[in-house]
Design a protein. Structure first.
Lengths: 307, 307
């Protein structure tokens, strides 16, 4: 079994930043990542709000730069179909991946989260071409255009209000008669003249040519269908953290996010969480790199003082 | 008086990231900064641990890129000799700078912090050329070399332990007979064979040619002087947050850092703090950009819901 100071699980912005910091601090560090790159940043066509790239940068290129930088300082990266199991009980944490086992004094979980999909025709095809799961990330691309938000919770209405400041028109499409969002957000959204609600309505299909042109809607009361012309749609029906691996090992919140303190320490000494997988207020590359640095520094302190 | 959605004070990594996020969210935003750029990042010769730049980047260039990116989305920047006063009592926050006054619904303080200097000959001349105030930032430049750490607190010993993993030799120079650091750090440092303590000793002068070559030391017990050959010295005698402006307005900790919650909210509703000025565990560009994004998102939510 190969022994390390630090094992990082997850090769997105948070994991690679943790890897950069830990390797640069001369800690023997390995990062285990999925064979198929699937981080939120990697999948993003154009990122405008990671500071340092005034003209924006493709997510794929940014993550490649992160990888190059971290490996330059000695970070070892191994790819697996899946990381299967984490043993947290002993002094050394043990990670099982396929037939391999790795041990380390400290473990950083940076496995990210996934947006819930609608699972309808056109959704995958037009992702990054009008379909987005993050208004803060992509809203600015739709200045003065008509867009839709799909969902009825806090995130959906926050997205609608955000988009209300820049888009020409915002449709909020929700399958139920009532919104789940906090009353104050509902009131604000109702006050905003650009926002129009289409309740008891679902999106059946996303249509376009190269980019999104229309949404095929169905009214659930009378089964009537119509096409709605929009340049983009923001799907805000929830997010699922990738925490199956640590369920029963670490304290999670109701949705499944890992609960940490301000320094990214989890409920188990020596295990840290960074990035979208962590319970926190804002999931962005900026906050992921902040987390990655924090988790690596906390792991380093843990190794210095506790072991 | 010019009215804004958001006023940001401070033009470093945290302030500019907050400016990027707030402007991109179509909030009318102004950033007030010092006439003389003096942020920690700006002053750093070469930054290796901000992800995205595999070969490193000059601090000045990085901050220029941040500025270009934020202004591209409409951030207004004005420079002042000093920002004089903040009025936090009313519904609108008011900022006085010279003869100008600005009002806004939300205010983000990103005024940073300064390392305490020794104030000795050679210190300024060799900053960035062997003299550093941050082992996490610059330690990796001194691999397999002899370095000194000046100070006797937690930061000094954490720096010494960090450097012990990569340098050939680490001298800890402290003016008193006893260290102030936690016992556990003292024990760890004493156990590390590369670390040597020079107590009741001060640095009188930093000498070199282009880069640091030696430190002139004085033993405070017998006034004897000697030269110590090192490639670098890390000054760890404390940091001072730039919070004179908000003293009496916001809750500060003993040292003067602004106390916030996880979302960068201060003790006053509608005022947020981001970056080195905030009480937190790690002060890096990575954590500053995380804070900047968080503070802008929190300000946006505050404006949407509370005003």
């Amino acid at each position: 079994m190969d022994d390390y100071h630090v094992i990082i699980i997850g090769g997105g912005a948070a994991g690679l930043t943790a890897g950069l910091y830990a390797s640069r601090a001369q800690l023997k560090t390995i990062l285990l990542e999925s064979m198929i790159p699937s981080g939120q940043a990697y999948m993003t066509e154009r990122i405008e709000n990671y500071p340092g790239f005034p003209d924006g940068i493709a997510g794929r290129e940014l993550i490649e730069r992160f990888t190059q930088q971290a490996t330059r300082f000695g970070l070892e990266i191994q790819q697996f179909t899946a990381v299967d199991r984490v043993e947290a009980a002993g002094e050394k944490k043990v990670v099982h991946a396929g037939e391999k086992r790795f041990s380390a004094s400290a473990l950083i979980i940076a496995t990210g989260a996934q947006w819930q999909k609608l699972g309808i025709p056109g959704e995958e095809e037009f992702t990054g071409k009008g379909i987005s799961y993050c208004a803060t990330c992509d809203g600015a691309f739709f200045k003065d255009q008509a867009v839709a938000v799909v969902g009825g919770g806090d995130t959906a209405l926050e997205d609608a209000l955000y988009l209300g400041r820049l888009a020409r028109k915002v449709y909020v499409i929700h399958r139920r008669d009532q919104l789940r969002a906090q009353k104050i957000l509902q009131r604000k959204a109702l006050e905003e003249p650009k926002i129009e609600f289409l309740l008891h309505t679902v999106v059946k299909e996303i249509r376009g040519e190269g980019v999104v042109k229309t949404l095929l809607l169905e009214n659930l009361k009378d089964a009537e269908q119509k096409e709605l012309a929009v340049s983009g749609a923001f799907i805000a029906v929830g997010q699922r953290p990738n925490t199956d691996l640590v369920r029963g090992v670490l304290a999670l919140d109701d949705i499944g996010y890992i609960i940490t303190d301000q320094d990214c320490a989890t409920s188990v000494a020596g295990i840290f969480a960074a990035g979208d997988v962590r319970k926190k207020g804002l999931r962005q590359i900026t906050t992921a790199v902040g987390d990655g640095a924090l988790a690596a520094a906390a792991a380093e302190r843990y190794i210095e003082v506790k072991t």
